[in-house]
Design a protein around this ligand. Structure first.
Ligand code: GLN
Length: 240
C-alpha cells in the first residue's frame, strides 16, 4: 500500500512547526508498513490533485497569504476544489484553512478574495486570539493545540465545524465552534503542530485516506503511550 501526500506551499506556510504534521503522517504510515510519498508543491509548480490521496496546507501570516494568492488562482484553486468535492483527505491549518473560504478581510481593511470552496468567511481584528486551546470532534476525539490568529471565521448555516471548543477561542471566540469539516476536508486553527499532539486525529485522517484508496482501513494499533501521555499532560497543564 502507498499513500501520496501533496504538501502545498511548504516554504511559505509553515508556522509553529506545521511541517510536523507531515512527519507524523509519514511516521505512522511507515510504522504500519505503508509506503509514503510527499511532494512539495511550491509557487509556480503544477498541482494535479488526482495524483494524491492527502493534501496538506499549513498556516501563514497575512503577508504570505496575500503573496501566494495569485499563484493559487493559476490552477491550484480548481485542483483543490476538485479534491475537496471528490472526498480526498485535506488538512488545512489556520491561514491555509482561511484560504478555503470565500474571503479574508484583514484587520487593517484589506480584502483577500479566496477560493470559496467552502461557504465561510474570515474577518480580522487587531486583537489576536492567542493561546493553548482544546476542542472535541463529533467522534469524541479531544484535540489540544495552539492558536494565534487575528481572523474570526464564521461558517454559513449548514456547514459543519470540526469541533466544539472546550477552552480557548476556536473559529471566532463567540460561538464555540472550531474549524470546519466537509466530506474528508478538515480545517482547523490548531497549530502545535496538531497531528503529533493528537495521534487519534492523525489516525482518523490516515484511515480515511486508506478507505478512499483501498476500500477499507483496519489500522494496526501503534504504541502511543508517550503520545497519549504528552497529550494528557498538555490538557491538564494548559486546559482543564
Ligand atoms: N493570518 C491569519 C490570521 O492572523 C492566519 C494566522 C496563522 O496561520 N496563524 O488570522
Amino acid at each position: 500500500m502507498m499513500i501520496k501526500i501533496a504538501h502545498l506551499y511548504p516554504d511559505m506556510l509553515n508556522l509553529y512547526g506545521d511541517r510536523g504534521n507531515i512527519i507524523t503522517l509519514k511516521t505512522r504510515l511507515n510504522a504500519r508498513n505503508i509506503g509514503v510519498q510527499v511532494d512539495n508543491i511550491t509557487m509556480g509548480k503544477t498541482f494535479n490533485s488526482d495524483e494524491y490521496d492527502m493534501i496538506f496546507i499549513g498556516g501563514g501570516q497575512d503577508f504570505e497569504q496575500d503573496a501566494l494568492l495569485n499563484d493559487l488562482k493559476q490552477g491550484k484553486d480548481k485542483e483543490l476544489k476538485k479534491a475537496v468535492e471528490n472526498g480526498k483527505v485535506v488538512l488545512a491549518i489556520c491561514g491555509g484553512y482561511q484560504m478555503l473560504g470565500r474571503y479574508y478581510e484583514t484587520y487593517d481593511g484589506k480584502r483577500l478574495d479566496y477560493l470559496g470552496i467552502l461557504d465561510f468567511y474570515t474577518r480580522g481584528e487587531e486583537e489576536r486570539m492567542i493561546g493553548n486551546y482544546a476542542f472535541t470532534t463529533k467522534e469524541g476525539i479531544e484535540i489540544v493545540g495552539f492558536e494565534n490568529h487575528s481572523g474570526r471565521t464564521y461558517l454559513s448555516n449548514g456547514l459543519e465545524p470540526l469541533g466544539t471548543v472546550i477552552k480557548g477561542y476556536g473559529n471566532n471566540g463567540e460561538d464555540k465552534t472550531e474549524g470546519v469539516r466537509y466530506k474528508n476536508t478538515f480545517g482547523t486553527y490548531s497549530h502545535g503542530p496538531v497531528l503529533p499532539k493528537n495521534s487519534r486525529f492523525a489516525d482518523l485522517l490516515i484511515s480515511l485516506a486508506l478507505e478512499n484508496k483501498y476500500g477499507k482501513a483496519e489500522l494496526e494499533p501503534l504504541d502511543d503511550t508517550l503520545e497519549l501521555k504528552a497529550q494528557k499532560q498538555a490538557m491538564s497543564l494548559y486546559i482543564k
